[in-house]
Design a protein around this ligand. Structure first.
Ligand code: HEM
Length: 505
């Protein structure tokens, strides 16, 4: 006799079968040969208990350059060497160039349209193309040398007048350079609203994108709960962040439009594209977000390295003196160093290279594996988070002798150690599009500062204060605020800083 099932029994049986199928599938996949590592609660205690990059470094030391941390069905693949990073993120870039889903930052706070969080689709490619046209090589960046020189001199003068606000002056320096290129906007003296806006937006980006900081990234369905419910504070915060991001994108864009209408717009990425005939809404939207990305992206990383430069010089007077001797013999004391001097200043070049290695403003990069993959016999499941420990690679004793030392000499001579640029700017299709601009602007800032300033430990109540190397932040790090003494090297140096200069090109 055939008995028929009620709808309720059918649903129950169907759900049971589905749960068993998911369990079998998950168990089968978890038994595949994942890279060695840790599981479950141990991940929280070892990886997410303090600085993520330190936990990752421990894991790689214990289990090798390809390790894995798994919580339930979520696998985090952790890479601790440049070789593995290049093999996966560069040679297999088709699979490893997307970012993981980010609900709090990318979806609720709206940052998903910024290049940093976008996946490798047409939108992303269009943005990379605009960046490449504008600042994609040393020769494209060369057209901005005059402007970079102007901003760097302005910064020297600001530091001379008000050394206590060193970090703010450096931030303004790099944001001003980016804003000139993206929107033709010249920042005003003193506090500038667009510099402040970028800082607020970047700190919110950092807060929302920190791995594991928001439950909604672990359980995306939470994004649908109403904002007024207790525990939904993250939704109210996201709304606040989205409003700041809206300003970051719209305010400079509308500024260019009004300048174009008045016939006073300075050349920029935005004015160039807006001025083209047949502009569509789609192209304009694309442009608006790409230009905002340049303004926001240019504002923070280089600024973080620029501030670390003053710490490095405070802690390493021998290096500072050696660079100053080179500057004195090549440039002399009667003018400031310029980009034309760069090839003749190898020690200065090595100093900036060492700064990038020693400070590491972006300690990690994060990707997602799009499809199942295998590497050296290990299984990397589709959907895994893939984290590269840039911080540890640049302190790897297999590559760098005494890696904690600040020693520009490691990049000079017959057997220089590997240039950190291939690691500290990221990898493959997503390598930092500000690579050339960032390095040029940093170089000039460091060279002009050492040409004119003596930087040293400050003395308070007769006691010399030694600042510490102390990174704060998660996805983007800065040196914790520190004190140092910044004095003009001579009255001639002070006169050079105060010399009139103009922005006209
Ligand atoms: C010393 C300076 C800088 C350093 C060390 C640095 C480092 C990095 C790193 C490590 C990444 C992640 C790459 C990856 O996922 O593999 C990145 C991405 C990015 N950087 Fe930079 N950066 C610097 C300066 C700049 C500047 C000046 C700009 C803009 C003008 C910029 C714009 C960006 C953008 C838009 C991305 C996202 C790229 C993508 O996701 O495809 N950066 N940067």
């Amino acid at each position: 006799m055939v008995s028929t099932l009620t709808p309720l029994q059918l649903i129950t049986a169907g759900s049971g079968a589905l749960v068993i199928a998911i369990w079998l599938y998950t168990r089968h996949r978890s038994r595949l040969n994942l890279p060695p590592g840790i599981r479950g609660l141990q991940c929280f205690s070892q990886l997410f208990n303090g600085k993520l990059w330190l936990g990752m470094q421990d894991l790689n030391r214990q289990h090798g350059d390809l390790a894995c941390g798994s919580i339930l069905w979520v696998h985090t693949i952790i890479i601790g060497s440049a070789k593995v990073a290049e093999d996966l993120l560069e040679k297999r870039s088709v699979n490893y160039s997307d970012r993981p889903r980010s609900v709090m930052c990318g979806e609720l706070s709206g940052w998903g349209k910024i290049m940093l969080l976008a996946n490798c689709n047409d939108w992303f490619r269009a943005h990379r193309k605009l960046f490449a046209q504008e600042i994609g090589s040393n020769s494209t960046v060369a057209k901005f040398h005059r402007m970079i020189d102007f901003e760097t001199r302005r910064t020297l003068r600001n530091i001379l007048d008000d050394p206590a606000r060193l970090q703010a002056h450096i931030r303004k320096n790099f944001t001003s350079i980016a804003l000139r290129i993206s929107h033709g906007y010249v920042t005003q003296e003193g506090t500038d609203p667009l510099v402040e806006l970028a800082q607020t937006a970047n700190s919110q980006l950092s807060l929302t994108s920190t791995l594991g900081a928001h439950y909604v990234d672990i359980v995306p369905l939470l994004k649908y709960i109403p904002s007024w419910l207790p525990g939904a504070g993250f939704k109210r915060k996201a709304k606040e962040y989205a409003a700041v991001l809206h300003d970051l994108v719209e305010i400079p864009h509308n500024y260019v439009k009004s300048q174009l209408a008045a016939g006073t717009a300075l050349p920029s990425l935005t004015s160039r594209i807006l001025g083209k005939p047949g502009l569509t809404d789609e192209v304009e939207d694309n442009l608006k977000w790409a230009a905002a990305t340049m303004y926001q992206g240019g504002a923070d990383t280089a600024n973080s390295v620029g501030y670390a430069f003053y710490l490095a010089m405070t802690l390493h007077p021998r290096v500072m003196k050696k660079a100053q001797e080179e500057l004195d013999s090549v440039v002399g004391a009667s003018r400031l160093p310029t980009f034309a001097d760069r090839p003749s200043l190898p020690y200065m070049e090595a100093l900036v290279t060492e700064l990038l290695r020693w400070h590491t403003p972006a300690p990690l990069t994060i990707r997602r594996a799009n499809v199942d993959d295998e590497y050296n016999g290990y299984f990397i499941p589709a959907g895994s988070y893939v984290l590269v420990n840039i911080w540890a690679i640049l302190r790897d004793e297999r590559t760098y002798m005494n890696p904690l030392e600040f020693r520009p000499e490691r990049f000079l001579g017959d057997n220089p150690e590997p240039h950190p640029g291939n690691v500290c700017f990221g990898f493959g299709r997503r390598r930092c599009p500000g690579y050339f601009l960032g390095q040029s602007a940093l170089w000039l800032m460091c060279a002009q500062a050492l040409g004119t300033f003596d930087i040293s430990k400050c003395v308070e109540n007769g006691v010399e204060i030694t600042p510490e190397f102390n990174l704060v932040g998660e996805t983007l790090v800065h040196q914790a605020p520190f004190k140092c003494s910044i004095k003009p090297r001579s009255s001639e140096a002070e006169a050079l800083i105060r010399q009139e200069f103009s922005l006209s090109e």
